[in-house]
Design a protein around this ligand. Sequence first.
Ligand SMILES: Nc1nc2c(ncn2[C@@H]2O[C@H](COP(=O)(O)OP(=O)(O)OP(=O)(O)O)[C@@H](O)[C@H]2O)c(=O)[nH]1
Ligand SMILES: [Mg+2]
Length: 402
Amino acid sequence: MPGVQIGIVGKPNVGKSTFFAAATLHDVKIAPYPFTTIEPNVGIGYVRFKCVCKELGVKDNPRNSLCIEGWRFAPIELVDVAGLVPEAWKGRGLGNRFLDHLRRAGALIHVVDAAGSTDSEGRPVEQGSHDPLADIEFLERELDMWIFGMLEKDWKRFAMTVEAMGSKLDKELYKRLSGLSVSEESISEAIDAAGLQSRKPTAWTAENLLEFVKELRARAKPMIIAANKADQPAARQNIERMQEVLKGRYVVIPTSAEAELVLRKAAAASLIKYLPGDNDFETIGRLNEKQEIALELIRKRVLKVWGSTGVQQVVNTLVFDILGYVAVFPVADEHKLSDNQGRVLPDVYLLRRGSTVRDLAYAIHSEFGEKFITAIDAVTGKRIGADDLLVHRSIVKVVAGR
Ligand SMILES: Nc1nc2c(ncn2[C@@H]2O[C@H](COP(=O)(O)OP(=O)(O)OP(=O)(O)O)[C@@H](O)[C@H]2O)c(=O)[nH]1
Ligand SMILES: [Mg+2]
């Protein structure tokens, strides 16, 4: 399984499963009423970036990824969960069960109904009558209360033990929150950001704990907003307002998950030429009248207005800009740019911001990490050190001992 896991969240009936289906081409249940999804859907989506094959003039043989017309598509894992309703953390709707499906997620895509056509519980209402900004506040609160609930129950006893043992609070919190996919560093930063670094844990009030949790959630589960149903007339005004109000807090990207799903299906059926993220499509097959009308509508209401359906852009922005991942091509032969079976640029690895050449070696194989000697940048031919930061789209040969 790929290393980046992203949760798709939001209230019911906003298009989470449609987004998931469009991004993964998995067949999932989509319907215009709340709680269509109960069990989570897990699938592979892709980030898109310019492959190095064209500029280096080589023909590649991708193995863990795809290369289409010079665009690399590297896999990430997407999880589509059931809709969240207000007070889910207390067990309303489907309760905490699916919140637990978000534990492993390193980031979240919050799908919002930008057309304002569903109420706070996902029931259809007149378009434009519900304020999508309210859904953002609510989702933050649900996530916060979920994490708060994990800590609050026996905080007093936990705090007393930490103090009695003279242990470090961030280390102990890290152990308690293992499984939530948070780093010890984020925990320390969150304690500082909440202004609690010099307060004894037994003296933390419920408000202190919640402040800490808010800071932690923002670091542990970075979030992007997919302003969905952007094809609808009422969406534009809401999208502009969301972008204005949330500036500096969240990136808001207009999406039409439905349009993306139609385009990808039409492309899979060889009716059109379209790559996820493209700003237009080209008809190559024979369309019936209904298909022709549907595709023209997508061109007019989505592609011409927003520049793309937004789905690929959401995944890309989250992985590359917000999480800061870099994509690196490891090779065994730095001249042929191949693995030891002659496949050219077979793999691409996505590594977190701040990852080093040594981290890449470990990602290839733990033995490579342990017996690391040096590495070579295949394009410049220069040696690179174990602690050097990995560069996006670089090609690296790791040299390890036997
Ligand atoms: N106009 C428009 N409708 C959309 C779009 N995306 C999804 N929908 C519609 O919204 C409704 C709900 O879609 P789903 O994908 O099932 O929503 P969900 O968020 O997974 O819903 P739950 O599983 O019930 O939480 C369906 O009728 C979709 O066709 C979009 O981009 N534009
Ligand atoms: Mg669903």
